[in-house]
Ligand binder design. Structure first.
Ligand SMILES: [Zn+2]
Length: 288
């Protein structure tokens, strides 16, 4: 036990006093968080679908009988060992090392050689690099912890919104709580009253604007999930920054649609743009 504490203490000393060790530590931690993000992105939508199936059964027990509901339920939870989606084999520990395993297996399943989506690698790389960036800002430990948490949540939001057009409160609520704690611990240049009042005002403004556009044009301005996301982050970035984030997100979404020649009528995912620019705003506002 003594040996464990001594080693842990030595490691902590090394990380606090040696900047190269700090960057390596950030890379490894970021890659591991990225790997966990992949698990959440894969399983959370299935869990949400399960809740929806259970709700449907409880509300309409005659139309969706218990046996049919049970057949629709996916076997998921956030714990437990991972199973390959392609061939239902248990993923071995040595095939589950962030970044390295993907490269070693050349992006293919170890059992059946099915191509594995590159977004698994991309998420691990992106989170690793963002963690290095956060460490290089010279933030104190508390700021580093909360910035890493909110960055991970924003990356999950971006992934799930792009893949499933889904922005559930199970993600926006924790983002809102993280934002409140960041303001509470004075980690950003926003006071609690500024943050809360901005968030409430923005929520009212967006709801009224949404209603108005729905009545006059029969279209929706922002999805409910997008509204909840921007309101949640507004607590930590304030009204000015959040309006800037909305403007930049709208502009880039429009540009991307132009470049990819997507039809205007189709509802597009917007959460990834809000996430990216919110991260930028937090970088500007975070206190070192
Ligand atoms: Zn497989």
């Amino acid at each position: 036990m003594d040996l464990f504490f001594n080693t842990a203490f030595d490691l902590y000393q090394l990380i606090t006093h040696n900047s190269f060790a700090r960057v390596v530590f950030a890379l490894l931690t970021g890659a591991m968080i990225g790997s966990f993000i992949n698990v959440v992105v894969y399983r959370l939508p299935q869990m949400l679908k399960n809740y929806a199936v259970i709700d449907m059964h409880l509300m309409h027990p005659t139309e969706l009988t218990e046996s049919r509901a049970r057949a629709l339920l996916a076997d998921v939870g956030l714990g437990g060992r991972s199973i390959t989606p392609c061939c239902d084999n248990r993923i071995k520990a040595r095939h589950n090392i962030p970044i390295i395993s993907y490269l070693f297996l050349r992006g293919r399943c170890a059992y059946c050689s099915t191509l594995i989506s590159s977004r698994y690698l991309i998420n691990e790389l992106v989170m690793a690099l963002l963690c290095v960036l956060l460490v290089m800002l010279g933030l104190n430990n508390l700021a580093l912890f909360f910035m890493t948490s909110i960055t991970a949540l924003l990356l999950i939001v971006a992934n799930i919104d792009i893949r499933y057009r889904l922005l559930p409160p199970q993600l926006t609520m924790p983002i809102g709580f993280t934002a409140i704690l960041m303001v509470h611990y004075d980690l950003v240049l926003i006071t609690m009253s500024q943050g809360i009042i901005s968030a409430i005002a923005l929520y009212i403004f967006l709801t009224v604007a949404n209603d108005f556009v729905a009545k006059t044009k029969g279209q929706i301005l922002l999805g409910q999930g997008d509204v909840e996301l921007i309101v949640a982050v507004t607590i930590a970035i304030g009204a000015q920054m959040s309006l800037t984030v909305l403007a930049l997100a709208t502009l880039s979404s429009w540009l991307v649609a132009k470049i990819r020649r997507v039809e205007g009528k189709k509802e597009r995912a917007f959460g990834q743009y809000i996430s990216v620019f919110t991260f930028g705003a937090l970088l500007i506002l975070v206190q070192t």
